[in-house]
Design a protein around this ligand. Structure first.
Ligand code: FMN
Length: 234
């Protein structure tokens, strides 16, 4: 009887962990550079995709030396905790983030900050990403991304951030396939999220991770964990 109960318990935990192992790629894109990045990314990983759209589709963000972008960002800066500071977005098609263990945010840089439209989404949903693995990919023409990283950490304060962010810009954009592949390897993506990935893409032996992707100093005596890319139940 005890054995059967243990087996049922393990089965439940396994199903439960599999249900939580999904990845969501959430992005905004005005001129489709981020869209192209997402296409390349999802040719390499399995993920659900959510595109954020501004409610006002008539805006020309590049007009008057990008003046509207400046106005939107200044409004957020003046009162970052006020929902009214953020430009309206369309309702999103994925509202429940519970099934996702990993969220990859792909956003344009505007004036060295996170594009205002993406900030709106994260203002409303960033708290739901607490404890999840969070990856950040930023697309700019040439500016460095530290301001966008700061915005992301303000809006998703309790995300379990990957060790590296990915910066795609005009000079490396055409090489994005390799850039993304290298980034996924650098953040151990296959280990923390996709335990079905072929062994050739896994990292060295002797590494143990919790199901939420946190590195463990040693193999736990009891429970479910990941060792060498395989799920282990003890
Ligand atoms: C309002 C606005 C402001 C921008 N500011 C910058 C900037 O300060 N530095 C930069 O390198 N690129 C800037 N860009 C360019 C975008 O970051 C870049 O083209 C990005 O790849 C756009 O992504 P998307 O095509 O997915 O919208 C700006 C673009 C817009 C629309």
């Amino acid at each position: 009887m005890k054995k059967i109960l243990t087996m049922i318990c393990c089965l439940f935990l396994t199903v439960n962990s599999t249900m939580n192992a999904k990845t969501l790629v959430v992005y905004y894109s005005y001129t489709n550079n981020c869209h192209d990045i997402v296409q390349t990314l999802t040719s390499q990983i399995e993920a659900d995709v959510l595109r954020i759209e501004p409610a006002d589709k008539t805006q020309k963000y590049e007009a008057n030396n990008y003046a509207i972008g400046t106005q939107l960002l200044n409004a957020i800066k003046a009162a970052p905790n006020d929902a009214a500071s953020y430009p309206a977005i369309d309702p999103v098609s994925i509202t429940d983030l519970t099934p996702y263990q990993t969220i990859i945010i792909v956003t344009p840089l505007w004036w060295s900050q996170m594009a205002a439209i993406m900030q709106t989404y994260l203002f409303h949903h960033g708290a739901e990403m607490a404890g999840k693995n969070v990856g950040l990919i930023v697309s700019s023409a040439s500016s460095g991304i530290s301001g966008v990283v700061n915005d992301c950490k303000r809006l998703v304060p309790d995300g379990n951030y990957f060790s590296e962010n990915l910066w795609v810009n005009n000079s490396n954009r055409s090489n994005r396939n390799t850039l993304i592949q290298n980034w996924l390897t650098a953040i151990n993506y296959s280990v923390v999220t996709d335990i079905k990935t072929p062994a050739t893409r896994r990292t060295a032996t002797g590494l143990y991770y919790s199901l939420s992707g946190q590195r463990l100093s040693q193999a736990p005596k009891r429970g479910i964990f990941i060792a060498d890319g395989k799920k282990v139940i003890r």
